[in-house]
Design a binder for this molecule. Structure first.
Ligand SMILES: Nc1ncnc2c1ncn2[C@@H]1O[C@H](COP(=O)(O)OP(=O)(O)O)[C@@H](O)[C@H]1O
Ligand SMILES: [Mg+2]
Length: 206
């Protein structure tokens, strides 16, 4: 039998792999048409190398990050690689996570992505899904909402973040070469980040 953390990462990977063509199409509009290909290649390798029966959350997240770093390439490889490795550090030795741990994971993920990519909110990147999702999740957890409600709030904010990326100019990454012509297009990285969070929600909600 596989562990819960393996099953959760498998759900994320499958969601990315199923949406490979769409992610690549989005990147064709404002980049170089490889985001889905890159991410699917990375997660195919992740699912092949992760130990299925280990319930060491920190270890599996760290291995996921290292694999994405070496297999994905482009801008998103180092960014997602760092995100999973930082999440792994927060979860070192853990075999279960609380709602509060979820906040610490988000904080580490955002700090890692920002340290690598130097982007802030509003630059049409994955952070435009991740930061609002973190804010909504934290606000829900802090107000005493159930985990399921906090996860729904997280995904709603991420989905709104993706919509918001259509309205703004890219100022980081390849899409920034397009300047104003990037308006009207949804950011591929914000989209894959939202698939990630939807998969986590669906996994936890069962
Ligand atoms: N500096 C950055 N900070 C955060 N995310 C970024 C940054 N640069 C690019 N991205 C994200 O990476 C995505 C593109 O990934 P990908 O196509 O795999 O890499 P590349 O642009 O090198 O081809 C973008 O849609 C954006 O969300
Ligand atoms: Mg690309």
């Amino acid at each position: 039998m596989s562990s819960k953390i393996y099953d959760c990462i498998e759900m994320i990977g499958n969601r990315i792999i199923e949406n490979k063509d769409f992610l690549t199409e989005l990147d064709r509009e404002i980049g170089d048409a490889d985001h889905g290909i890159n991410m699917a290649r990375g997660f195919t390798e992740v699912l092949a190398i992760l130990p299925k029966d280990s319930d060491n959350i920190g270890d599996l997240l760290k291995k996921t990050g290292m694999t994405l770093l070496s297999k994905v390439g482009g801008a998103s490889g180092p960014l997602y690689g760092t995100a999973y490795m930082q999440a792994g550090k927060v979860c070192a030795g853990k075999t279960a996570l609380t709602a509060q741990d979820g906040k610490a994971v988000f904080e580490a993920v955002i700090a890692g992505i920002q340290k690598r990519g130097k982007a802030v909110k509003g630059e049409k990147t994955m952070l435009d899904a991740i930061i609002p999702a973190f804010e909504a999740y934290s606000a829900a957890v802090d107000s005493g909402a159930s985990v399921n409600d906090a996860l729904d709030a997280m995904c709603k904010a991420a989905e709104e973040g993706v919509e918001y990326t259509k309205t703004i100019i890219a100022t980081k990454g390849r899409a920034s070469y397009l300047g104003e012509r990037s308006i009207g297009h949804q950011d591929p990285g914000a989209t894959s980040a939202t698939y990630t969070m939807q998969a986590v929600r669906d996994f936890i909600k069962g």
